[in-house]
Design a protein around this ligand. Structure first.
Ligand SMILES: C[C@@]1(CC(=O)O)C2=NC(=C\c3[nH]c(c(CCC(=O)O)c3CC(=O)O)Cc3[nH]c(c(CC(=O)O)c3CCC(=O)O)/C=C3\N/C(=C\2)[C@@H](CCC(=O)O)[C@]3(C)CC(=O)O)/[C@H]1CCC(=O)O
Ligand SMILES: NC(=O)c1ccc[n+]([C@@H]2O[C@H](COP(=O)([O-])OP(=O)(O)OC[C@H]3O[C@@H](n4cnc5c(N)ncnc54)[C@H](O)[C@@H]3O)[C@@H](O)[C@H]2O)c1
Length: 255
């Protein structure tokens, strides 16, 4: 049977990306409740936002007053997408959507038309965010209610403990890249050991784990795995440091 991840994707299935919008211009056409919902998410990701709409909600007005959003108080005109990296049409008027779509195409600007998958260059997923962890869910436009329910299930599975855990993991990873020579093959067993060390649950239980201790623990765990593998006839190579480290503390296996 064909692997599900290798099967051809269907209509409206988007290629998943995590795009850095920091300081990029995003143009939103329309100023209703749906525009406000999209705007609030976009602001969290550092986008510069220009909104074109004769009317805006009180919530958007507050963001305009705080200087977080630029408002052009009129209907959409050709040229409004100038300089935009991506754009959203949330005015809900099909004839206007068609004009916005034409301008977006001519400018190579990716457009989302809320609720009109066939006019969308990209669709907006349902998002779970836990610090550095992002999980985006899409049903390729088939059932956003299901996307939302899957998000709720994932929110239960991936609780707030992931925030501190991934902060620790990223710092340990930086240390490993700094201290372990020999390329990816030498570092990989340590990254695996770090993921096996059970830090997330231990942090959640209130244990304080310093970056240095975590690093030493991962190196020791990788070494013990490497020894076990070579004793049983495997090919794992020993971990090589660029500088000596102290002995590690406990190394639980549980995640
Ligand atoms: C994920 C989420 C993100 C967001 O918008 O932030 C999102 N819709 C959400 C909720 C939601 N939207 C609607 C309902 C009412 C119930 C219902 O209709 O099912 C609910 C549920 C609710 O509100 O509870 C109405 C609706 N939506 C679309 C259509 C048109 C159609 O289906 O053809 C219709 C009208 C259908 C009709 O005619 O009645 C289409 C799209 N909505 C998408 C995204 C894209 C596909 C995402 C995917 O691939 O799954 C896509 C294709 C285009 C786009 O907008 O990007 C967000 C969940 C946020 C969360 O996690 O809480
Ligand atoms: N994806 C979702 O979750 C979802 C859910 C509900 C609705 N929608 C869709 O999103 C769209 C907007 O929904 P809403 O509830 O915010 O609608 P709304 O009617 O409250 O807002 C529309 C906004 O567009 C502005 N507008 C009208 N004509 C314009 C023009 N020519 N140029 C610029 N702005 C113009 C209006 O002033 C208003 O601010 C609708 O198409 C709706 O079907 C999406």
């Amino acid at each position: 049977m064909q692997d599900a991840t290798e099967a051809p994707v269907g209509r409206h299935a988007g290629y998943p990306l995590f795009v850095d919008l920091e300081d990029r211009l995003v143009v939103v056409i329309g100023g209703g409740a749906i525009a406000e919902h999209k705007l609030r998410t976009l602001l969290r990701y550092g986008a510069r936002i220009k909104i074109v709409s004769p009317k805006i909600t009180e919530g958007i007005q507050a963001l305009v007053d705080e200087g977080k959003v630029e408002w052009i108080p009129r209907v959409y005109e050709l040229g409004d997408l100038a300089g935009a990296s991506i754009a959203f049409s949330v005015c809900g008027i099909p004839a206007v959507d068609v004009r916005i779509h034409e301008e977006a195409r001519s400018r190579n600007c990716l457009l989302n038309v809320a609720d009109v998958p066939e006019e969308c260059d990209f669709i907006v997923p349902s998002i779970v965010r836990r610090g550095l962890l992002s999980i985006a869910v899409s049903t390729s436009g088939a059932a956003c209610t299901e996307a939302k329910r899957i998000r709720h299930r994932l929110e239960d599975d991936f609780d707030e403990s992931w925030v501190a855990y991934l902060d620790l993991m990223t710092q340990v990873r930086d240390l490993v890249k700094e201290r372990i020579s020999g390329g990816h093959d030498a570092r990989k067993p340590i990254f695996e050991a770090a993921a096996d060390a059970g830090w997330r649950k231990r942090l959640a239980a209130g244990e304080r784990i310093s970056v240095e201790d975590a690093y030493n623990e991962a190196v020791a765990l990788a070494q013990s795995v490497s020894q076990t593998t070579s004793e049983s006839g495997g090919h794992a190579s020993a971990v090589k440091h660029d500088e000596p480290t102290t002995t590690a503390t406990t190394a639980g296996k549980e995640r």
